[in-house]
Design a protein around this ligand. Structure first.
Ligand code: GLV
Ligand code: MN
Ligand code: MN
Length: 410
């Protein structure tokens, strides 16, 4: 079947499959911010947008943006979209679904020649996962005017600075700090749920009520490398053994806290040899929760506990904050609008919180923002087994289209 004859949902699923080929590490799907795969994916996104007659471009932050003009030229815009970067060995729907669905919604309007009260701006954010550079959500932060000093000087593990990577990608690093989206009156993101609630309740769609806040820290432990055979146990300053105790401390604190989750997801060990006591480790710490105060308290407790472990074991600990995003209560009018759209297509508008972070929580500092969730198989995400059905995709497109059509500036 040619693309033109497919239903919008089938075409979207086919595009998501094709899009998954843009990877830096085949056959796995790994597409980090400003990488070669990201550049190729962005070019494909732009090509698809232009096929529908949209003006599309890469903005200074490396987002892909496309505009579908409203009935009146220069009308304020409803922005819809999601991110097209992925985690390492990720799934094909996290982010990509919402970015390509935004394009599908607008293509449908364009095919019918339908113009709305607002313009629609489509966005494919490039830096939602925060896997490449320590700090994250560069694209949405730029829209919200929240780029902090020194942002462009951060380096990836290979020592590549964001400034050079962004310039090579086609962004405009010198314009980043002065960016702030104008004329965007609301933002809505369609995304897979990444958890099991909708599936457990037999529901295809959910409307997000709030997004958990998150703190990320980069930890470095320095001990003393030495001969694994010659240094007695009592005289060691083993950075890895200290780190092991610290990781369990992180886990213990999160378990003791109501609604909190904490994760150490990355650990590098130096020199990393079978017969050498570890002299240095670097690891990530992430703490998330729906309420900012208890989360911040947990972060402070974790820092104190890790310092105590370091002192007891004679190693030094450095903790550098890399990401801080407060919990976001989705805008009540957007929540109501999405709920009405879900109801209008004959589905139950189930409200649910998001444990995962999203650009929506940053966009919410620019304008009213909200999210629509689609059920994903087994609640599995950040995993190549991520899966959704075409039937759910059809419902998601219908609900998002309905929302867009009914959206009014208030
Ligand atoms: C993004 O997926 C995040 O919540 O880390
Ligand atoms: Mn995502
Ligand atoms: Mn993700």
């Amino acid at each position: 079947m040619t693309h033109e004859l497919m239903s919008p949902a089938r075409r979207l699923m086919a595009r998501l499959d094709a899009f998954a080929a843009f990877t830096d590490d085949p056959p796995k799907l790994t597409r980090l911010y400003l990488s070669d795969a990201h550049r190729r994916a962005a070019a494909q996104f732009i090509a698809w947008a232009r096929e529908s007659g949209l003006e599309a471009r890469i903005d200074p932050a490396g987002n892909v943006v496309a505009r579908y003009e409203g009935a009146r030229a220069g009308a304020p815009a409803l922005m819809i979209g999601s991110h097209i970067d992925t985690v390492r060995d990720g799934g094909r729907y996290d982010g990509n679904l919402g970015a390509l669905a935004a394009l599908a919604v607008v293509e449908d309007l364009a095919r019918r020649g339908e113009r709305l009260e607002t313009a629609i701006e489509i966005v494919a954010f490039g830096d939602e996962e925060g896997v490449r550079f320590p700090r994250t959500m560069t694209g949405s932060r730029a829209f919200a005017g929240l780029i902090e000093e020194g942002w462009l000087e951060q380096e990836d593990v290979e020592g590549v600075r964001m400034r050079e990577a962004l310039a090579a990608f086609g962004g405009a690093p010198d314009q980043l700090a002065a960016m702030r989206a104008v004329g965007v009156v609301a933002f809505v993101e369609l995304h897979i749920e990444q958890g099991p609630a909708l599936e457990a309740e037999g529901l295809a769609l959910g409307v997000v009520s709030a997004i958990n806040g998150a703190t990320r820290l980069a930890a470095t432990v320095v001990g003393l490398a030495g001969h694994a055979g010659a240094v007695p146990m009592a005289l060691r300053r083993d950075a890895l053994a200290a780190t092991a105790e610290m990781i369990l401390g992180v886990e213990r604190r999160a378990r003791a806290g109501d609604e909190l989750v904490a994760t150490v997801g990355r650990l590098d060990v130096e020199p990393g040899a079978v017969n050498v006591i570890a002299g240095l480790t670097r690891f990530s710490i992430e703490v998330r929760g729906p309420r900012d105060e208890p989360r911040r308290r947990a972060v402070a407790d974790i820092a104190a506990e890790l310092e105590a472990i370091a002192a007891r074991r004679g190693v030094t600990l450095t903790l550098a904050p890399t990401h801080e995003a407060g919990a976001y209560i989705c805008d009540p009018k957007i929540v109501a609008g999405l709920s009405a759209a879900v109801q209008a297509i004959g589905q139950t508008p189930r409200l649910l919180p998001s444990g995962a972070g999203h650009d929506t929580m940053i966009m919410g500092q620019l304008c009213p923002a909200g999210m629509l969730f689609v059920r994903c198989k087994g609640g599995v995400s950040h995993n190549p087994a991520e899966s959704i059905t075409e039937a759910d995709c059809e419902l998601a497109l219908a609900a998002l289209t309905r929302f867009v059509r009914d959206f009014r500036i208030v």
